[in-house]
Write a protein that binds this ligand. Structure first.
Ligand SMILES: Cc1cc2nc3c(=O)[nH]c(=O)nc-3n(C[C@H](O)[C@H](O)[C@H](O)COP(=O)(O)OP(=O)(O)OC[C@H]3O[C@@H](n4cnc5c(N)ncnc54)[C@H](O)[C@@H]3O)c2cc1C
Length: 417
């Protein structure tokens, strides 16, 4: 092997693997460095394991609560070890698939830590590799709060929770972004007592405020305890439990605490001429944003950074794109909203919790906010409409199948005033 490549890529998460596979597909000579497991955070400690566990949680919930539909599942129970094993199997299968794709595409994979020397040189394992282009896609790590450092037993990061082989009886989750909300839903479904502490005024603070309020109502009905506008002052570690001191004077006891307080870009040499994409670039920390950045860089396919969908998984899903109502000046926009229960399909499915809200300016959709079963796929239709700059009239002219959640889009638009 001569050590000269078209692309040298560091990191094999969504940013790195998309860049590598895209470059290799047009015949470029690619070398990829990964110091840990192939697939990065998304595949090994993020999107995929959480969604696999969440699916088990949703099925369990649905089975246990299906007497309304004439289905009785007495003694419905979980075997958490088997759930954890299925999660591992899904992750392993996808990782093996990715490794096969690298092999079939002729990508040279070096399983070691790499260091950027200059804009055309990467050093790894005592060798220098010359690359026409270097892409650093080295990702991010859980934020550490001073005085509340992870000990991986009582003070946990999302990595630790994904490694549970036994469930705790109770947990305090600090932070209610997507990760905090998803873990609350998973653990509560499995019978863990969950308390969420959020420093902002509302749960899911990055969402439209009406969506946040809806999530708060859902949490109340699901008996997930939460405090908003409250910070954590101290975590006292006892032998096998924690005491979490919060700013309203309360002390919450639990078996452990999960800090879901954001992620920070991993450290990497900042060198002119090197491209930094994905979580390390420090803007939007989402897998699909990372892979679109890779496509933009390697295949020259641009994308609209203002039209990046956000999804929080679980029952019901929460999804949004574009402007939130609190971002818009009063009187400059139109708003249409429906409860999801207005849709025949939600009645058929007994999935009545949720809402859809569409915000319009100058006759075009500028924001969409959905809490519903299938919200992730539903939202994508509006992302396409927004990307294509369809007018409200053009969207109203679309024929939506019945009964579906999609016809909520038409229902909503017809209510625009
Ligand atoms: C619990 C959780 C759930 C999530 N769920 C979702 C979701 O549902 N949807 C979504 O869009 N996003 C989700 N995310 C975020 C998503 O995982 C990240 O946005 C995504 O992984 C970023 O991809 P990346 O390629 O930038 O970096 P990463 O996936 O972090 O990959 C970076 C890779 O670089 C390697 N690396 C670092 N330094 C070096 C070095 N010097 N040499 C060699 N290798 C190196 C690392 O080992 C790592 O494998 C979730 C994250 C978490 C933690």
């Amino acid at each position: 092997m001569d050590n000269v490549f078209d692309y040298g890529i560091i990191g094999s998460g969504p940013a790195g693997y998309t860049a590598a596979l895209t470059a290799a597909s047009v015949g470029k000579k690619v070398i990829l460095f990964e110091k840990d497991l192939i697939g990065g955070v998304c595949l090994n400690r993020g999107c995929i394991p959480t969604k696999t566990m969440l699916h088990s949680a949703e099925i369990f919930n649905e089975i246990c609560n299906s007497s309304d539909m004439g289905i009785y599942a007495d003694n419905c129970r979980i075997d958490f070890a088997e759930i954890a094993e299925r999660k591992r199997a899904v992750v392993d299968k996808l990782r093996n698939g990715l490794e096969r794709s690298f092999k079939n595409s002729g990508i040279v994979v070096i399983n070691t830590e790499a260091k950027i020397i200059d804009k055309n040189t990467i050093a790894a394992d005592g060798q220098d590799y010359k690359c026409q282009e270097i892409i650093a896609a080295v990702g991010s790590s859980p934020r550490v709060i001073k005085g509340m450092e992870y000990d991986h037993k009582l003070i946990l990061s999302s990595d630790d929770v994904l490694n549970f082989d036994k469930l705790p009886k109770s947990i305090v989750i600090v932070g209610s972004g997507a990760i905090g909300i998803e873990f609350s839903r998973i653990l509560k479904s499995f019978g863990v007592k969950v308390t969420v502490i959020e420093i902002a005024e509302n749960l899911l603070p990055l969402a439209d405020v009406e969506v946040s309020k809806r999530v708060e109502r859902l949490f109340k009905s699901q008996e997930i305890e939460f405090y908003t506008g409250i910070s954590v002052e101290k975590i006292e570690k006892l032998e096998n439990s924690v005491e979490v001191y919060i700013s309203n004077g309360k002390i919450i006891e639990a078996d452990c605490t999960l800090l879901a307080v954001g992620r920070v870009p991993n450290e990497v040499e900042k060198i002119e001429g090197v491209t930094y994409i994905g979580d390390v670039a420090g803007s939007v920390q989402l897998a699909h944003f990372a892979s679109k950045q890779a496509l933009e860089k390697v295949a020259g396919i641009p994308f609209d950074k203002n039209l990046v969908p956000s999804v929080v998984y679980g029952s019901p899903e929460i999804a949004w794109v574009g402007k939130r109502e609190q971002d818009l000046e009063f009187g400059t926009y139109q708003k249409a909203m429906i409860p999801i229960s207005a849709l025949a399909k939600s009645q058929c499915d007994n999935a009545l919790d949720g809402m859809m809200k569409i915000l319009v300016q100058e006759n075009k959709v500028v924001g969409a906010h959905i809490v519903s079963r299938e919200a992730s796929s539903l939202l994508q239709q509006l992302v396409i409409a927004m990307q294509a700059e369809l007018t409200v009239e053009r969207l109203k002219a679309v024929c939506f199948a019945h009964p579906t959640y999609s016809e909520g889009i038409l229902e909503c638009l017809m209510r625009l005033k």
